[in-house]
Design a protein around this ligand. Structure first.
Ligand code: HMG
Ligand code: MG
Length: 306
Protein backbone atom coordinates (compact mmCIF):
# COMPACT_ATOMS: atom_id res chain seq x y z
CA UNK A 1 0.00 0.00 0.00
CA UNK A 2 1.07 3.62 -0.57
CA UNK A 3 3.09 5.55 1.96
CA UNK A 4 2.11 8.89 0.43
CA UNK A 5 -0.96 10.29 -1.32
CA UNK A 6 -1.49 13.72 -2.91
CA UNK A 7 -4.79 15.30 -1.92
CA UNK A 8 -6.35 17.74 -4.38
CA UNK A 9 -8.69 20.04 -2.46
CA UNK A 10 -11.67 21.02 -4.61
CA UNK A 11 -14.03 22.76 -2.16
CA UNK A 12 -13.35 26.30 -3.41
CA UNK A 13 -14.49 25.18 -6.90
CA UNK A 14 -16.59 21.98 -6.84
CA UNK A 15 -17.74 22.76 -3.31
CA UNK A 16 -18.96 26.27 -3.97
CA UNK A 17 -20.19 26.01 -7.58
CA UNK A 18 -23.55 24.61 -6.49
CA UNK A 19 -23.97 26.51 -3.23
CA UNK A 20 -26.97 28.75 -2.65
CA UNK A 21 -24.79 30.80 -0.27
CA UNK A 22 -22.46 33.04 -2.33
CA UNK A 23 -19.07 33.65 -0.78
CA UNK A 24 -17.36 36.92 -1.64
CA UNK A 25 -13.98 36.90 -3.39
CA UNK A 26 -12.36 37.85 -0.04
CA UNK A 27 -14.05 34.89 1.70
CA UNK A 28 -12.99 32.50 -1.06
CA UNK A 29 -9.43 33.77 -0.74
CA UNK A 30 -9.58 33.17 3.01
CA UNK A 31 -10.82 29.61 2.36
CA UNK A 32 -8.12 28.85 -0.24
CA UNK A 33 -5.32 30.34 1.86
CA UNK A 34 -6.53 28.44 4.94
CA UNK A 35 -6.52 25.16 3.02
CA UNK A 36 -3.02 25.79 1.66
CA UNK A 37 -1.80 26.76 5.16
CA UNK A 38 -3.25 23.48 6.46
CA UNK A 39 -0.88 21.63 4.13
CA UNK A 40 -3.07 20.82 1.12
CA UNK A 41 -0.57 20.70 -1.77
CA UNK A 42 -3.16 21.43 -4.50
CA UNK A 43 -6.16 23.73 -4.02
CA UNK A 44 -8.52 24.16 -6.96
CA UNK A 45 -9.15 27.90 -6.89
CA UNK A 46 -12.05 28.53 -9.28
CA UNK A 47 -13.54 28.11 -12.73
CA UNK A 48 -13.41 30.34 -15.81
CA UNK A 49 -16.79 29.27 -17.13
CA UNK A 50 -19.79 31.25 -18.29
CA UNK A 51 -21.18 33.31 -15.37
CA UNK A 52 -24.63 32.74 -16.89
CA UNK A 53 -24.20 29.01 -16.44
CA UNK A 54 -22.42 29.03 -13.06
CA UNK A 55 -22.71 32.43 -11.34
CA UNK A 56 -21.00 31.11 -8.19
CA UNK A 57 -17.66 31.09 -10.03
CA UNK A 58 -17.97 34.61 -11.47
CA UNK A 59 -15.32 36.12 -9.22
CA UNK A 60 -12.62 33.54 -10.03
CA UNK A 61 -10.40 36.17 -11.66
CA UNK A 62 -10.52 38.41 -8.58
CA UNK A 63 -9.84 35.37 -6.39
CA UNK A 64 -6.72 34.33 -8.32
CA UNK A 65 -5.45 37.89 -8.44
CA UNK A 66 -6.01 38.50 -4.73
CA UNK A 67 -4.54 35.24 -3.51
CA UNK A 68 -1.29 35.09 -1.56
CA UNK A 69 0.27 31.94 -2.95
CA UNK A 70 2.04 29.58 -0.65
CA UNK A 71 5.33 28.39 -2.20
CA UNK A 72 5.05 24.85 -3.57
CA UNK A 73 1.23 24.83 -3.59
CA UNK A 74 -0.59 24.44 -6.93
CA UNK A 75 -3.81 26.38 -7.66
CA UNK A 76 -5.48 24.92 -10.79
CA UNK A 77 -8.66 26.39 -12.28
CA UNK A 78 -11.25 25.02 -14.71
CA UNK A 79 -11.08 26.29 -18.30
CA UNK A 80 -13.63 24.71 -20.68
CA UNK A 81 -12.41 26.57 -23.79
CA UNK A 82 -9.86 29.07 -25.08
CA UNK A 83 -11.89 32.02 -23.78
CA UNK A 84 -11.70 30.57 -20.29
CA UNK A 85 -8.03 29.72 -20.68
CA UNK A 86 -7.15 33.28 -21.73
CA UNK A 87 -9.12 34.79 -18.85
CA UNK A 88 -7.48 32.39 -16.41
CA UNK A 89 -3.99 33.20 -17.65
CA UNK A 90 -4.71 36.94 -17.51
CA UNK A 91 -5.63 36.46 -13.84
CA UNK A 92 -2.37 34.61 -13.18
CA UNK A 93 -3.33 30.91 -13.48
CA UNK A 94 -0.35 28.61 -13.97
CA UNK A 95 -2.28 25.34 -14.04
CA UNK A 96 -5.64 24.65 -15.68
CA UNK A 97 -8.16 21.84 -16.03
CA UNK A 98 -10.44 20.88 -18.90
CA UNK A 99 -13.52 18.79 -18.20
CA UNK A 100 -15.10 16.14 -20.37
CA UNK A 101 -17.63 13.39 -19.70
CA UNK A 102 -18.01 9.70 -20.43
CA UNK A 103 -21.73 10.19 -21.10
CA UNK A 104 -23.05 12.12 -24.12
CA UNK A 105 -26.12 13.50 -22.37
CA UNK A 106 -24.14 14.79 -19.41
CA UNK A 107 -21.62 16.39 -21.78
CA UNK A 108 -24.43 18.29 -23.52
CA UNK A 109 -26.07 19.39 -20.28
CA UNK A 110 -22.82 20.42 -18.63
CA UNK A 111 -20.86 22.06 -21.42
CA UNK A 112 -23.39 22.26 -24.27
CA UNK A 113 -21.58 19.99 -26.73
CA UNK A 114 -20.89 16.33 -27.53
CA UNK A 115 -17.87 14.48 -26.16
CA UNK A 116 -16.11 14.69 -29.56
CA UNK A 117 -16.87 18.42 -29.84
CA UNK A 118 -15.54 18.98 -26.31
CA UNK A 119 -12.22 17.41 -27.29
CA UNK A 120 -12.10 19.76 -30.31
CA UNK A 121 -12.76 22.76 -28.04
CA UNK A 122 -9.95 21.66 -25.76
CA UNK A 123 -7.43 21.46 -28.65
CA UNK A 124 -6.57 25.18 -28.64
CA UNK A 125 -6.39 25.09 -24.83
CA UNK A 126 -3.85 22.25 -25.03
CA UNK A 127 -1.89 24.10 -27.73
CA UNK A 128 -1.78 27.37 -25.78
CA UNK A 129 -0.96 25.60 -22.52
CA UNK A 130 1.87 23.67 -24.18
CA UNK A 131 3.30 26.92 -25.59
CA UNK A 132 3.01 28.57 -22.16
CA UNK A 133 4.39 25.57 -20.22
CA UNK A 134 1.11 25.29 -18.28
CA UNK A 135 0.10 21.80 -17.06
CA UNK A 136 -3.44 20.68 -17.95
CA UNK A 137 -5.50 18.40 -15.75
CA UNK A 138 -8.38 16.56 -17.42
CA UNK A 139 -11.60 15.61 -15.68
CA UNK A 140 -13.97 12.90 -16.85
CA UNK A 141 -17.46 13.04 -15.36
CA UNK A 142 -19.89 10.16 -14.97
CA UNK A 143 -17.25 7.40 -14.89
CA UNK A 144 -19.49 5.28 -12.63
CA UNK A 145 -22.92 6.43 -13.69
CA UNK A 146 -24.77 9.28 -15.37
CA UNK A 147 -27.78 11.17 -13.95
CA UNK A 148 -29.46 11.00 -17.39
CA UNK A 149 -28.25 7.73 -18.95
CA UNK A 150 -27.68 5.51 -15.90
CA UNK A 151 -24.84 2.98 -16.14
CA UNK A 152 -21.80 3.99 -18.20
CA UNK A 153 -19.61 1.53 -20.11
CA UNK A 154 -16.05 1.27 -18.68
CA UNK A 155 -14.82 1.20 -22.30
CA UNK A 156 -16.36 4.64 -22.90
CA UNK A 157 -14.49 6.00 -19.87
CA UNK A 158 -11.22 4.44 -21.09
CA UNK A 159 -11.72 6.01 -24.57
CA UNK A 160 -12.07 9.52 -23.12
CA UNK A 161 -9.17 8.95 -20.70
CA UNK A 162 -6.93 7.79 -23.55
CA UNK A 163 -7.98 10.79 -25.69
CA UNK A 164 -7.13 13.24 -22.87
CA UNK A 165 -3.85 11.45 -22.19
CA UNK A 166 -2.86 11.46 -25.88
CA UNK A 167 -3.61 15.19 -26.06
CA UNK A 168 -1.20 15.90 -23.23
CA UNK A 169 -3.13 15.89 -19.95
CA UNK A 170 -0.64 15.72 -17.11
CA UNK A 171 -3.28 14.16 -14.85
CA UNK A 172 -6.72 12.68 -15.45
CA UNK A 173 -9.29 12.81 -12.69
CA UNK A 174 -12.00 10.15 -12.82
CA UNK A 175 -15.26 11.63 -11.55
CA UNK A 176 -18.01 9.62 -9.92
CA UNK A 177 -20.16 12.72 -10.35
CA UNK A 178 -23.32 11.33 -8.75
CA UNK A 179 -21.66 8.91 -6.34
CA UNK A 180 -23.39 5.75 -7.56
CA UNK A 181 -20.16 3.74 -7.83
CA UNK A 182 -19.55 0.72 -5.64
CA UNK A 183 -16.23 -1.10 -5.08
CA UNK A 184 -16.68 -3.76 -7.76
CA UNK A 185 -17.65 -1.21 -10.41
CA UNK A 186 -14.73 0.99 -9.34
CA UNK A 187 -12.32 -1.92 -9.78
CA UNK A 188 -13.76 -2.66 -13.24
CA UNK A 189 -13.53 0.91 -14.53
CA UNK A 190 -10.00 1.33 -13.17
CA UNK A 191 -8.92 -1.89 -14.89
CA UNK A 192 -10.31 -0.58 -18.19
CA UNK A 193 -8.65 2.83 -17.83
CA UNK A 194 -5.26 1.57 -16.61
CA UNK A 195 -5.08 -0.63 -19.74
CA UNK A 196 -4.79 2.63 -21.71
CA UNK A 197 -3.35 5.25 -19.30
CA UNK A 198 -0.59 4.83 -16.68
CA UNK A 199 -2.08 4.68 -13.20
CA UNK A 200 0.41 7.32 -12.01
CA UNK A 201 -1.53 9.84 -14.15
CA UNK A 202 -4.91 9.09 -12.57
CA UNK A 203 -6.80 10.80 -9.76
CA UNK A 204 -9.97 9.61 -8.02
CA UNK A 205 -12.76 12.22 -7.73
CA UNK A 206 -15.59 10.57 -5.87
CA UNK A 207 -18.82 12.17 -4.68
CA UNK A 208 -20.24 10.54 -1.57
CA UNK A 209 -23.99 10.57 -2.24
CA UNK A 210 -24.53 6.98 -1.08
CA UNK A 211 -21.65 6.72 1.42
CA UNK A 212 -19.52 4.62 -0.95
CA UNK A 213 -16.63 7.00 -1.52
CA UNK A 214 -14.18 5.71 1.13
CA UNK A 215 -14.76 2.09 0.10
CA UNK A 216 -14.22 3.04 -3.54
CA UNK A 217 -11.10 5.00 -2.66
CA UNK A 218 -9.65 1.95 -0.95
CA UNK A 219 -10.14 0.05 -4.21
CA UNK A 220 -8.47 2.90 -6.11
CA UNK A 221 -5.52 2.91 -3.69
CA UNK A 222 -5.23 -0.83 -4.14
CA UNK A 223 -5.15 -0.33 -7.92
CA UNK A 224 -2.25 2.12 -7.52
CA UNK A 225 -4.02 5.50 -7.63
CA UNK A 226 -2.10 8.02 -5.50
CA UNK A 227 -4.00 11.26 -6.18
CA UNK A 228 -7.34 11.84 -4.46
CA UNK A 229 -9.71 14.79 -4.89
CA UNK A 230 -11.48 15.83 -1.69
CA UNK A 231 -13.50 18.78 -0.37
CA UNK A 232 -13.35 20.17 3.15
CA UNK A 233 -16.61 19.54 5.09
CA UNK A 234 -17.77 17.25 2.24
CA UNK A 235 -19.02 20.20 0.24
CA UNK A 236 -19.80 19.81 -3.42
CA UNK A 237 -22.07 19.02 -6.28
CA UNK A 238 -22.59 19.84 -9.89
CA UNK A 239 -25.36 22.15 -11.13
CA UNK A 240 -25.93 19.73 -14.04
CA UNK A 241 -26.16 16.58 -11.90
CA UNK A 242 -29.26 17.01 -9.77
CA UNK A 243 -29.27 14.91 -6.63
CA UNK A 244 -25.49 14.48 -6.59
CA UNK A 245 -24.06 14.54 -3.08
CA UNK A 246 -20.97 16.38 -1.95
CA UNK A 247 -17.42 15.33 -2.67
CA UNK A 248 -15.82 12.89 -0.30
CA UNK A 249 -14.72 15.04 2.64
CA UNK A 250 -11.08 15.92 3.16
CA UNK A 251 -11.55 15.18 6.88
CA UNK A 252 -12.92 11.66 6.21
CA UNK A 253 -10.12 10.78 3.78
CA UNK A 254 -7.52 12.25 6.12
CA UNK A 255 -8.82 10.24 9.07
CA UNK A 256 -8.62 7.06 6.97
CA UNK A 257 -5.17 7.77 5.51
CA UNK A 258 -3.70 8.93 8.84
CA UNK A 259 -5.01 5.73 10.41
CA UNK A 260 -3.42 3.66 7.65
CA UNK A 261 -0.06 5.40 8.09
CA UNK A 262 -0.27 7.03 4.65
CA UNK A 263 1.25 10.53 4.60
CA UNK A 264 -0.51 13.54 3.06
CA UNK A 265 1.29 16.50 4.66
CA UNK A 266 -2.04 17.84 5.94
CA UNK A 267 -2.21 19.22 9.48
CA UNK A 268 -5.47 17.95 10.96
CA UNK A 269 -6.05 20.70 13.59
CA UNK A 270 -5.48 23.43 11.01
CA UNK A 271 -7.81 21.70 8.57
CA UNK A 272 -10.45 21.55 11.30
CA UNK A 273 -10.11 25.30 11.84
CA UNK A 274 -11.01 25.80 8.16
CA UNK A 275 -13.79 23.25 8.41
CA UNK A 276 -15.32 24.99 11.45
CA UNK A 277 -15.08 28.40 9.75
CA UNK A 278 -16.71 27.16 6.53
CA UNK A 279 -19.54 25.40 8.35
CA UNK A 280 -20.22 28.56 10.37
CA UNK A 281 -20.16 30.69 7.22
CA UNK A 282 -22.58 28.36 5.41
CA UNK A 283 -24.65 28.12 8.59
CA UNK A 284 -24.86 24.34 8.67
CA UNK A 285 -22.85 21.45 10.08
CA UNK A 286 -20.26 19.71 7.92
CA UNK A 287 -21.51 16.80 5.81
CA UNK A 288 -18.36 15.01 6.95
CA UNK A 289 -18.77 12.52 9.80
CA UNK A 290 -15.08 12.83 10.69
CA UNK A 291 -15.28 16.63 10.81
CA UNK A 292 -18.32 16.59 13.08
CA UNK A 293 -16.81 13.99 15.42
CA UNK A 294 -13.38 15.63 15.58
CA UNK A 295 -14.82 19.10 16.14
CA UNK A 296 -17.15 17.81 18.87
CA UNK A 297 -14.20 16.10 20.57
CA UNK A 298 -12.15 19.28 20.34
CA UNK A 299 -15.04 21.22 21.92
CA UNK A 300 -15.30 18.72 24.79
CA UNK A 301 -11.55 18.85 25.40
CA UNK A 302 -11.47 22.65 25.52
CA UNK A 303 -14.35 22.59 28.04
CA UNK A 304 -12.44 20.09 30.18
CA UNK A 305 -9.33 22.28 30.01
CA UNK A 306 -11.16 25.46 31.06
P1 HMG B 1 -21.93 27.79 -24.74
O1 HMG B 1 -23.18 28.57 -24.48
O2 HMG B 1 -22.03 26.58 -25.60
O3 HMG B 1 -20.74 28.72 -25.25
O4 HMG B 1 -21.33 27.37 -23.33
P2 HMG B 1 -20.63 29.72 -26.43
O5 HMG B 1 -19.20 29.63 -26.90
O6 HMG B 1 -21.74 29.54 -27.41
O7 HMG B 1 -20.81 31.13 -25.70
C1 HMG B 1 -22.05 31.54 -25.14
C2 HMG B 1 -21.80 32.69 -24.15
O8 HMG B 1 -20.93 32.24 -23.09
C3 HMG B 1 -21.09 33.87 -24.78
O9 HMG B 1 -21.50 35.04 -24.07
C4 HMG B 1 -19.64 33.61 -24.46
O10 HMG B 1 -18.86 34.78 -24.46
C5 HMG B 1 -19.75 33.02 -23.05
P3 HMG B 1 -22.68 35.99 -24.64
O11 HMG B 1 -22.16 36.44 -25.99
O12 HMG B 1 -23.90 35.15 -24.75
O13 HMG B 1 -22.77 37.07 -23.60
N1 HMG B 1 -18.62 32.17 -22.72
C6 HMG B 1 -17.86 32.32 -21.61
N2 HMG B 1 -17.91 33.22 -20.62
C7 HMG B 1 -16.98 33.10 -19.64
N3 HMG B 1 -16.04 32.13 -19.63
C8 HMG B 1 -15.97 31.24 -20.62
C9 HMG B 1 -16.91 31.31 -21.67
N4 HMG B 1 -17.12 30.57 -22.77
C10 HMG B 1 -18.16 31.11 -23.40
N5 HMG B 1 -15.03 30.28 -20.57
C11 HMG B 1 -19.61 26.70 -21.78
C12 HMG B 1 -20.17 26.57 -23.21
C13 HMG B 1 -18.63 25.59 -21.55
C14 HMG B 1 -18.92 28.04 -21.66
C15 HMG B 1 -20.79 26.64 -20.80
O14 HMG B 1 -21.52 25.48 -21.08
C16 HMG B 1 -20.37 26.65 -19.35
O15 HMG B 1 -19.80 27.61 -18.86
N6 HMG B 1 -20.69 25.56 -18.64
C17 HMG B 1 -20.36 25.47 -17.23
C18 HMG B 1 -20.08 24.07 -16.89
C19 HMG B 1 -19.59 23.95 -15.47
O16 HMG B 1 -18.89 24.82 -14.95
N7 HMG B 1 -19.96 22.82 -14.83
C20 HMG B 1 -19.49 22.52 -13.51
C21 HMG B 1 -18.05 22.06 -13.52
S1 HMG B 1 -17.83 20.38 -14.10
C22 HMG B 1 -18.08 19.42 -12.70
O17 HMG B 1 -18.50 19.90 -11.69
C23 HMG B 1 -17.66 17.99 -12.72
C24 HMG B 1 -16.31 17.74 -12.01
O18 HMG B 1 -16.34 18.17 -10.66
C25 HMG B 1 -15.97 16.25 -12.05
C26 HMG B 1 -17.13 15.38 -11.57
O19 HMG B 1 -17.53 15.49 -10.40
O20 HMG B 1 -17.60 14.62 -12.40
C27 HMG B 1 -15.18 18.49 -12.72
MG1 MG C 1 -17.14 16.98 -8.97
Amino acid sequence: MADRVTLVEVAPRDGLQNEPVRLTAAEKIRLIEGLADAGLPVVEAGAFVSPKWVPQMAESGAVLQGLTRRPGVRYPVLTPNLKGYRAARAAGADEVAVFAAASETFSRRNINCSIAESLDRFAPVFAAARADGVPVRGYISCVLGCPYEGPVEPGAVADVAAALHDRGCAEISLGDTIGTGTPTATRTVLAAVTDRVPVTRLAAHFHDTYGQALANLLVALDAGVRIIDTAVTGLGGCPYARGAGGNVATEDVLFMLDGMGIATGVDRPRLLDVSAWLSARLDRPAASKAARALLARRGEQSMEDS
